[in-house]
Ligand binder design. Structure first.
Ligand code: ARG
Length: 258
């Protein structure tokens, strides 16, 4: 995770961001601390990367890389405003002893657009990550990568519209995907938890599940009920200030898979 010490909404690269309205950094830091504590209380280990001045979106660690089986596939950002985050995250990994690191040739925003299940990596495209990066990641990771087409600019990263519940099932908002990709999701995940638009528009799908416990935006009320009905424990967190930049719990979290 990356403490939002330099967080701000000072440019707009997605429809959630309004530089005129801005955001309150102190509130963002407090809310982010709440998310970090939630993980620690669940027994997860949280590692921190130093925030860099001038990179207000660096708090969104999910975008920094994709890590599967200890292999680190580096990010290459779409927008120049975030470009310097790619090398910064990659450096964290090499400094911390990861030696299977791949500097991406193609545009991709890490775990914002790549979500890992047991037998497949789901990959979004349409707004940020280029489809050529899906092939590159598949080749580097040796895992099948399934392309999903995003069609609604509010859900510009895959992790704003879908999250893995465990190694073999997901929750998602169908309206974020093309007709063909909706069919792919239906065939891969016949038992998926389907979220409604209200849940999606509070970034309820930007959640983190460890297989039994789901850390999720507090406002996503219907989805929380649905998850409980499916036997999951729900841990609501308040991240409204970070949502002003288009981010939620998952965006703030790069999951390091050994
Ligand atoms: N303002 C950031 C951007 O538009 C938000 C990134 C959110 N991260 C995510 N994994 N969805 O790039």
């Amino acid at each position: 995770m990356c403490r939002p010490d330099y967080f701000a909404v000072e440019y707009a690269i997605n429809p959630w961001m309004d530089p005129e309205a801005g955001a309150d950094r102190e509130v963002a830091i407090r809310q982010w601390e709440g998310l970090k504590s939630a993980y620690e209380e669940l027994g997860h280990r949280v590692s921190l990367i130093d925030p860099v001045e001038g990179l207000p979106d660096m708090v969104f660690a999910a975008n920094g890389a994709l890590v599967v089986g200890g292999r680190v596939y580096g990010a290459r950002f779409t927008h120049r405003e975030r470009a310097a985050e790619g090398p910064a995250y990659l450096k964290w990994f090499t400094d911390n002893g990861y030696d299977r690191v791949h500097e991406a040739a193609f545009t991709n925003e890490g775990e914002g657009d790549f979500l890992t299940l047991d037998h497949v990596v789901l990959a979004g495209t349409g707004f940020r990550t280029d489809i050529t990066a899906h092939k590159e990641a598949q080749e580097f990771l040796g895992r099948p990568v399934v392309t999903l087409q995003l069609v609604d600019p509010r859900f510009y990263h895959l992790d704003t519209a879908l999250f893995p519940l465990n190694g073999h099932n997901v929750a998602y908002f169908p309206g974020a995907f093309s007709a063909g990709s909706q069919e792919v999701l239906e065939s891969l995940f016949p038992d998926a938890v389907i979220a409604d638009e209200d849940d999606a528009t509070v970034l309820g799908l930007n959640a983190v599940s460890d297989g039994t416990r789901v850390v999720i935006n507090a406002e996503a009320a219907n989805l929380q009920l649905e998850l409980k009905r499916h036997g999951f424990e729900v841990i609501p967190v308040e991240l409204s200030e970070l949502r002003k930049a288009g981010g939620g719990p998952k965006c703030c979290t790069l999951e390091i898979r050994g």
